[in-house]
Design a protein around this ligand. Structure first.
Ligand code: ZN
Length: 149
């Protein structure tokens, strides 16, 4: 919900919600997973093209609240072109950012993902922000379904 996005990055996040990046199906996906956050009703379908330890392309579709969409959009920008190892490190760091208030974070690794740091103040929205990442991890692990529950 827009009213929850009270931090510095509200405008950018709302713009990602309005015009999500890489919001499309891939023709040549090698990995895919569907994610669901029953708490909020967010649903996302994520497709990846992965090979040689590299995330070549990523696309997502689905529907959900502003935070879930903005997070999925930011995820696609972050992992596209990254190595699989870097992408999984981003997952770990993003998870820490939203679950460990006093964690010392690697902001170089997080990049634009830091814009969602304010979500930690809204416990009911953390699952909205993290859904895309659980779905990404499921896809990378070869699973087809992810849930935040
Ligand atoms: Zn949500």
């Amino acid at each position: 919900m827009a009213s929850d996005l009270t931090d510095l990055y509200q405008e950018i996040l709302l713009e990602h919600n309005r015009r999500p990046r890489n919001f499309r199906a891939l023709d040549d996906a090698t990995h895919q997973a569907d994610g669901f956050n029953p708490l909020c009703g967010d649903q996302i379908s994520l497709q990846l093209k992965v090979g040689d330890g590299q995330v070549y392309d990523v696309g997502f579709q689905g529907h959900g609240c502003a935070i879930s969409r903005a997070s999925a959009s930011l995820l696609t920008q972050a992992v596209k072109g990254a190595s699989s190892g870097e992408a999984m490190a981003m997952f770990e760091e993003f998870h820490r950012m939203l679950t460990e208030p006093d964690a010392e974070l690697d902001y170089d690794l997080l990049g634009d993902l830091e814009m969602l740091a304010g979500v930690i103040a809204y416990p009911t929205r953390i699952k909205c922000a993290i859904l895309a990442w659980h779905t990404f991890k499921a896809a990378m692990d070869g699973a087809s379904v992810a849930t935040t529950e």
